[in-house]
Design a protein around this ligand. Structure first.
Ligand code: HSE
Length: 402
C-alpha cells in the first residue's frame, strides 16, 4: 500500500480524491490538508482532514500531492517534503516556472521524484510527451492555447455574445479560473505554462518575466466582430520558437483565421502544437482546466512515481537568450482610438503601404489591417503613433493563418 497526502482540497484536490477512491490501485489516502477545517465537517474523508501541516509531516507518507497553488507556503511544503525523501506531485505552474530548477535539484539529491504534468494543459499529457516521446528531436516551436479560463471567455463572447464579466463569472463557477483570476485574464498563467514547456523543450531556463505578455482584459466586442469579418476568431496564444540558440516567446491575443487548428478549440479546451525537427508538427488537444481532467494528470504522476518511472529530469539553470520580436512576417489588426482622425490617417498611410482602413467617426476609432509586416516594425510604428497627441489608445493583434 502506498500512502498519499494531499495538500489542498479545492477543485483539483477533490478530483484527485475521487479518482483515488474510484480506482483500486493500492493507494491509501492518509492525510488531506485544508485551510478551513470547519468547511469540511461533512466531508466523507473527514477523519483524515487536518489544517495543520505538522500532522501531514508526522504521518508515514510516501507521496505528497501539492494542490494549494501559489508560491507560499507551497514552496516551503514541497521543499520540506523532498528533503524528507517523499515524492512530490504538483500542479503548481507559479512555483515550477519560478523555482523548478531548484526543486528538481533537491528531488534529485534526495533520490525522489518531482512530477508536475498537471501544471500545463490540464488533462493533456504534454510534459511527458515533450520530455520522453520527443527526446530524439530538437524542438523548433511551441504554439498553444494554454489557458482554459480565457479560452472559455473568448468562446462565450464570440459564439453566444456573452459579456466578458458574465463569461468570467461562469468560468469561475465551473472551477476553471485561478483563485485570483487576474493571472488568467492578464496572460500570466499562460506565460508560466509557456515558460515551463519552453524550458523543457529548449533546455535553457525561459523566464516568463523576460518576454511580452498581454491578456484579454481589453478585448472588446468590436475586436471580436472585426476578427469574424476577417474570417477568424480571437484566441490567447502562447508562442515560442528556438532558432540559432535564441528563444522568441510571447503570450498575446491573436486573430487566428478559420483554417487554423486553434480556431476550432473552444471553451476550456487547450491545444498545443509542438514542432520537432524530425517528427514535424504534433498537436495535443484536450480539456485544459477543470476538476477531473486536471486530476487525471495528477493521478498519472502518482502512478508514475509508484512505478518508479524514470521521467524525472533537471531544469537548466542557464537562462535562455530571449528575443523580443518574432522573425515571421504576418498581417496585423491595429485598433486606434483617436482625437483627430486626419493626422492619424496620414501617418498610417505614410508608414504602411499595404493597409485597409475602417473609420468609425461615432466612436472615434480606426480599425486598420496591415499586410505582411514584421513585429519589430509594427512595434516601432505603434510607439511612434502613441506619442501623437491625437492618439489616445492603440492595440495591435497578430493575424495568424496556421
Ligand atoms: N486557471 C487555469 C486555466 C487552470 O484556466 O487554464 C488550469 O491550469
Amino acid at each position: 500500500m502506498v500512502s498519499v497526502a494531499i495538500l489542498g482540497n479545492g477543485v483539483v484536490g477533490s478530483g484527485v480524491c475521487e479518482l483515488i477512491n474510484k480506482n483500486n490501485n493500492n493507494i491509501k489516502l492518509s492525510k488531506i490538508l485544508v485551510r478551513d477545517i470547519d468547511k469540511h465537517k461533512n466531508d466523507k474523508n473527514h477523519s483524515i482532514i487536518t489544517d495543520k501541516i505538522e500532522d501531514v509531516f508526522a504521518e508515514d507518507i510516501d507521496i505528497v500531492v501539492e494542490l494549494i497553488g501559489g508560491i507560499h507556503p507551497a514552496y516551503e511544503y514541497i521543499k520540506k517534503s523532498l528533503n524528507n525523501k517523499k515524492h512530490v506531485i504538483t500542479a503548481n505552474k507559479d512555483l515550477i516556472s519560478k523555482y523548478g530548477e531548484e526543486l528538481l535539484e533537491i528531488a534529485y539529491e534526495n533520490n525522489v521524484k518531482l512530477y508536475f504534468e498537471a501544471s500545463v494543459g490540464g488533462g493533456i499529457p504534454i510534459i511527458k510527451n515533450i520530455k520522453n516521446y520527443l527526446v530524439s528531436n530538437e524542438i523548433k516551436s511551441i504554439k498553444g492555447i494554454l489557458n482554459g479560463t480565457t479560452n472559455f471567455i473568448l468562446t462565450k463572447m464570440d459564439k453566444e455574445k456573452t459579456s466578458y464579466n458574465n463569461a468570467l463569472k461562469t468560468a469561475q463557477k465551473l472551477g476553471f479560473a485561478e483563485s485570483d483570476p487576474s493571472s488568467d485574464i492578464k496572460g500570466y498563467d499562460s506565460a508560466r505554462k509557456l515558460s515551463i514547456l519552453s524550458t523543457i523543450a529548449y533546455k535553457k531556463k525561459v523566464c516568463w518575466e523576460s518576454f511580452k505578455v498581454e491578456g484579454i482584459h481589453d478585448i472588446t466586442e468590436t475586436d471580436i466582430k472585426k476578427a469574424n469579418k476577417l474570417g477568424g476568431v480571437i484566441k490567447l496564444l502562447g508562442i515560442s520558437t528556438f532558432e540559432e540558440g535564441k528563444v522568441y516567446a510571447s503570450v498575446r491575443p491573436v486573430i487566428v483565421t478559420n483554417n487554423s487548428e486553434f480556431a476550432k478549440i473552444n471553451n476550456e479546451y487547450n491545444s498545443i502544437i509542438v514542432e520537432g525537427d524530425s517528427v514535424g508538427k504534433l498537436t495535443f488537444t484536450g480539456k485544459g482546466a477543470g476538476k477531473l481532467a486536471t486530476a487525471t494528470a495528477v493521478y498519472s504522476d502518482i502512478m508514475d512515481s509508484i512505478q518508479k518511472k524514470e521521467n524525472s529530469f533537471l531544469f537548466n539553470y542557464e537562462k535562455a537568450f530571449i528575443k523580443s520580436d518574432s522573425n515571421e512576417q504576418c498581417d496585423w489588426y491595429i485598433k486606434i482610438n483617436y482625437k483627430n482622425s486626419h493626422t492619424v490617417l496620414n501617418e498610417l498611410t505614410e508608414f504602411f503601404k499595404n493597409i485597409d482602413l475602417e473609420i468609425n467617426k461615432r466612436t472615434n476609432q480606426i480599425l486598420a489591417v496591415v499586410k505582411s509586416e514584421h513585429e519589430k516594425y509594427i512595434n516601432e510604428i505603434s510607439d511612434k503613433l502613441l506619442q501623437l497627441e491625437e492618439v489616445t489608445t492603440l492595440r495591435s493583434l497578430m493575424i495568424l493563418n496556421n
